[in-house]
Design a protein around this ligand. Structure first.
Ligand code: GLU
Length: 507
């Protein structure tokens, strides 16, 4: 088969669920190599498992890849000269190539019933042997087999594999790998229901699609010798293989739901940026040479180096991912931050569907301030409670402790007195009043500022007051489903609750 010079790689997911981050990492590495070497990135949908594959999962898959920014040059929706790119649409091709092997005597029909094979498998395992097919049907001639099929019997097709010897290949990540043929046996290439086995369709497709590099998860490494035997049987040049180590949780077991979010879809919903997720995924088994960590896709394309991919298990570190997400969020312009935040704020009922210009301007500032220190966009509604919820009657322990001392009471009382007749409030005024309280009471530092913060926010910590007060004052003049209480409202509410109301002047 004629090969082109350019690098051609593929991502070949089965649409049987949402993309796991391990698979997304596989897609990313393939994509990075293609983009770096001016090659071609092919998306092939491996949907021959009819019971588990769904169109909906395929749609999600394409959507998640697009969201990640991993665009493909050939694929089920874009087409390309080696299509179709959905295996369920290529069944004819697989049958044609299986027929070729049958006619050349390199494959044979196997009539062994499923239950019998299962029994043999269990027996072998119980005796501590590898469950290898006995080869019982190997000598049934093609003619006899066709007769039996004609008569209504069902049969799978198996590849004839030498009984002994080694299959070797040089894996770009794992180095020399070899498998003993004794442990392999004749693999099924077409099942008795007519569907191709994974090992068969993948070889036919990779060969016909002229794939030069197969980069995939290490869970497929034991399939590779079977695939190489097929390349040999057809006399085709195999691609180069690179098997990526599995993605594990901190406890060294395969990353699964127990550890937290595992699919691209989940991280997307949480409000992790695609550029942050790609950045993090690139570190699963690879690291950039200079140690710079916050990298855009453009930078990753330049820096990525398959020969630096290491073989040790990649441990998924959620903290690191969220740290990277914070760094990428910081790089966004404020308008973009607002755009990405709105769905979360709307979902939480904090803003309505329609957003007038004044509210929008205020929210842009608020989001920008509150996103600092947020791991992901989904944390925002919680952060916004600093602004929309003011509940002095149910203070957290730490806040309650801060205002329980005599000196705190003195400070708060002074603030209440000094703001009693006011109708307007702002940060400058606050700073001036605070200065006066300091002078008059001699209370300063934490003793002075912490009670004031609690009085204005009903919390022990949060935004700096020089940011918080202007935000609250501007927000209080706007219309939100849950109105923002102004500083003066807050002070008065607190005062009532703590019996700090200013004494009435005698008439
Ligand atoms: N459909 C296979 C999977 O999702 C593809 C494996 C391969 O890349 O060869 O695991």
């Amino acid at each position: 088969m004629e090969k082109t010079e350019a690098i051609r790689v593929r991502f070949a997911p089965s649409p049987t669920g949402f993309i796991h981050v391990g698979n997304a990492r596989t897609a990313l590495f393939n994509w990075l190599l293609a983009r770096q070497k001016d090659g071609v990135f092919v998306l092939r949908v491996e949907d021959t498992d009819l019971e588990r594959s769904t169109e909906e999962f395929e749609r999600n898959l394409l959507e998640d890849l697009r969201w990640l920014g991993l665009d493909w040059d050939e694929g089920p929706d874009t087409g390309g000269k080696f299509g179709p790119y959905r295996q369920s649409e290529r069944l004819e091709l697989y049958h044609q190539y299986a027929k070729e092997l049958l006619e050349r005597g390199q494959a044979y029909y196997c009539f062994c019933p499923e239950e019998e094979l299962e029994k043999e498998r269990k027996k072998a395992l119980a005796e501590g042997r590898s469950p290898v097919y006995s080869g019982r049907c190997r000598n049934i001639s093609l003619q006899e087999a066709l007769g039996r099929l004609e008569a209504g019997e069902k049969a799978a097709i198996r590849l004839k594999v030498p009984d002994r010897g080694l299959v070797r290949f040089n894996d770009l990540v794992r180095g020399e790998v070899e498998f003993d043929l004794k442990l392999i046996g004749d693999p099924i290439i077409v099942r008795s229901n007519g569907m191709p086995a994974y090992n068969f369709s993948v070889v036919i497709d990779d060969a016909l699609m002229q794939i030069t590099h197969v980069i995939r998860g290490e869970d497929h490494i034991s399939n590779t010798p079977r695939q190489l035997l097929l390349y040999q049987a057809f006399g085709w040049q195999p691609p180069v293989f690179a098997h990526l180590s599995m993605v594990m949780g901190q406890d060294n077991t395969r990353l699964s739901k127990r550890h937290g979010a595992t699919s691209v879809d989940q991280f997307r919903r949480e409000g992790v940026l695609p550029q942050a997720l790609c950045n993090y995924l690139s570190f699963l088994g690879w690291s950039p040479p200079e140690g710079k960590e916050v990298l855009t896709l453009e930078e990753l394309i330049k820096l990525f180096d398959l020969s630096r991919v290491n073989r040790s298990a990649a441990i998924f570190d959620y903290e690191k991912l969220y740290w990277l997400n914070r760094q990428h969020i910081k790089l966004l312009p404020p308008e973009k931050k607002l755009e990405l935040s709105l769905p979360y704020l709307q979902e939480a009922g904090l803003v309505g569907k329609e957003l007038p210009a004044a509210e929008k301007g205020w929210l842009t500032t608020a989001v920008d301030l509150l996103l600092e220190g947020s791991n992901k966009f989904s944390e925002l509604p919680q952060k916004f409670s600093l602004i929309f919820d003011f509940q002095p009657e149910s203070l957290e322990e730490e806040a309650a402790a801060i205002i329980s001392s005599d000196s705190a009471r003195k400070v708060l009382k002074a603030l209440v007195e000094k703001t009693a007749g006011l109708t307007e409030f702002n940060y400058e005024l606050f700073a001036r009043i605070t200065g006066e309280i300091k002078k008059e009471t001699g209370i300063k530092g934490k003793e002075l500022y912490h009670p004031l913060r609690v009085m204005l926010t009903a919390r022990a910590s949060g935004l700096e007051l020089d940011k918080f007060i202007p935000l609250i004052e501007a927000g209080a003049k706007l219309n939100f489903p849950r109105p923002v209480k102004s500083c003066l409202q807050r002070i008065r509410e607190f005062a009532r609750l703590m019996n700090l109301e200013p004494e009435r002047q005698p008439a």
